[in-house]
Write a new protein. Structure first.
Length: 297
């Protein structure tokens, strides 16, 4: 289904689109099963949560669990785990709620928030101006885009020149916008077009790389690094991350002091060390931020 320009920009998520400073969110391990200790409720912050959110005591969160290590399914095929899940669980506890993560296609999360199905979206959403026009977003992490190839980069892929190459990206991410912009530059300069493969899930993109259907993929830096580790090096990150930007918890726009409650919860977790324990658990500590904000403020 075709998307309007604004909707397409809003849905472009799982990815960075920021300041070009590089770095951010390198991951290097599969994570552990170790639970994060429960955190105590903050009565002051809990009082800021809208009545319709806290009435049943459950925080309903939409997520697309195909983006390890941030959100993905456990070996049982049902349980949703990951860095975002642990953080969302702790935020809910800080607000006196119990988080319930519901699986969704990535493109369905934002409409689910605006339509009232979800009370939040936590799924590696990049904070950008287009998205904050229709949502409130609470920052909690910093990630960039990375290029990954098969082990040893056998096709000699230059991260700065993808013209004529078969490149994979996940649908709806800012990596799609990135590769489209790169492709236009290629064709404008009379070079071969990039052969872009867009797949619904990041796990499908990684599989396409491993099965030689593409020669490289673009993905968020922690996701690319995680793929390198979990494939025992069959996937290799080439070059440095670029276009770093914050991830944000997506919330209904202008819903009382809801965004301030969630921002306060994230900041409290940063201050008390819970945040660091969660990031360290998933080996994504390089993406830590010192201060959480609402809508990039």
């Amino acid at each position: 289904m075709a998307l309007t320009a604004l909707t397409a920009l809003v849905l472009a998520g799982c990815g960075a689109g920021g300041d070009g400073s590089g770095g951010g969110g390198s991951a290097g391990a599969t994570g552990t099963d170790a639970p994060i200790p429960a955190v105590a409720e903050d009565d002051r912050l809990a009082a800021l949560v809208p009545d319709e959110v806290k009435r049943d005591g459950t925080w309903v969160v939409g997520t697309d669990p195909t983006y390890p290590p941030n959100e993905f399914t456990a070996p049982d095929g049902t349980t949703i785990i990951g860095m975002d899940v642990d953080l969302g669980t702790a935020v809910a506890q800080k607000l006196g709620l119990t988080a319930r993560f519901e699986q969704s296609q990535f493109s369905g999360i934002i409409p689910g928030i605006t339509g009232g199905r979800y009370e939040a979206g936590i799924s590696s959403f990049t904070v950008n101006p287009e998205r904050t026009q229709v949502l409130d977003m609470v920052s909690y992490f910093s990630a960039g885009t990375s290029l990954a190839t098969r082990k040893g980069n056998p096709d000699g892929i230059d991260p700065n020149d993808l013209c004529g190459k078969a490149i994979g990206v996940q649908q709806g991410t800012v990596q799609v916008e990135d590769v489209q912009a790169r492709n236009k530059k290629c064709t404008d300069e009379g070079k071969p077009a990039i052969q872009v493969t867009e797949l619904q899930a990041q796990t499908d993109v990684t599989l396409a790389l491993n099965s030689n259907r593409i020669v490289a993929m673009l993905a968020d830096s922690p996701v690319a690094a995680y793929a390198q580790t979990t494939t025992n090096g069959a996937v290799e990150v080439v070059g440095q991350p670029y276009d770093t930007a914050p991830y944000g918890i997506a919330l209904k726009k202008n819903d009382g002091q809801y965004a301030q409650a969630v921002q306060g919860a994230v900041q409290s977790l940063i201050d008390d060390g819970t945040y660091k324990r969660i990031l360290d658990k998933w080996n994504v500590g390089n993406g830590a931020i010192p201060t959480s904000s609402v809508n990039g403020g």
